[in-house]
Design a protein around this ligand. Sequence first.
Ligand code: GLY
Length: 373
Amino acid sequence: MKKKQRQELQTVITVKTKGNAPYDIVLKDSFDGLPEYLTGLGCPGHRICIVTDSNIAPLYLEEVRAAVSGCAAQVETFAFAAGEASKTLDTVRQIYEKLILAGFDRKDYLLALGGGVVGDITGFAAATFLRGIRFIQVPTTLLSQIDSSVGGKTGVDFDQYKNMVGAFHQPAHVYINVSVLRTLPEEQFASGMGELLKYGISLDADFYEWAIDHMGELEEREPEALTWAVSQCCQLKRYIVEKDPTDLGDRALLNFGHTVGHAIEKLKNFELQHGACVALGYVAAAYISWKRGLLDEDEFYEIRDMNVGFGLPISFDGLSSEDVVAATKKDKKMEAGHIKFILLKKLGRAFIDTSVSEQEMLEAVRFLNADEA
Ligand code: GLY
């Protein structure tokens, strides 16, 4: 995307959608601005149900409920047990039940207060209740602020299949309070950094260099650096999802690092954070790019070694490399039997490749495998 557009801090980023109204992503340092935006959306006179989880409820639910109560006819809350295990149709069923008992109609709203799991479940409930009601994203993790709250992917896991049931349903608004990142547990913050660096390495070399130059401020969670970084990522995501809202083309570029990353995440039974697995996955992708002569050796090692400074892994253990490669084949990112692998043409320029061989992948995974090094 045009660099010129992103030289100044943007705290309001408008995302155009095909067939729906555009929506704003707003960056703030508190929840104080929420009533103004909800009023602007037309919430007064309508009901809002805040959906959150057991981690976020004690931290922010009361504050958000208080902010919202002045600009809605009725505020309901629903909190479920935090964690991926709750990302099921049964949790969605419980939300429907809550909405039906509270008399919600098609003009009422859901508000997702939490990380990716909360956003995905709430979005899916909003997509399907009464054939679709509006919902607002208030993401509280770095990962959800820069990725999952934007672009309208909603859904739940089904049996052992992650995100197997879902719908595209665009939020009416994304309200990002960057200050909540200060209470984010260390490993979740590092996980978000994995996705943040992914944007730079795959889509914007200048942003990647900026992140390296500002590693100290980012790791100290300085508001100015975080606001800039979140804004840059949201703009990159906006650029991709406006071009390809339903993931039929370039949106796959956002999956840089996800093929090998998802395989490791799954084989580790989701004990490693998503962004940490993505960080391993993008090292594998960069390795293949280097071996194909697309990246210099120095560039490859910079990508790998920078993970350390951001609290991200550069190796894994306890898994066989063959199992990791076999697991990539069960991923959703397949097209006519070929894996849609995202490689680098150069730093900051990713492309989709369907010719990565099993041998290339195995070599890259072995490079990461501490047990086989
Ligand atoms: N998180 C990848 C996407 O939104 O397509």
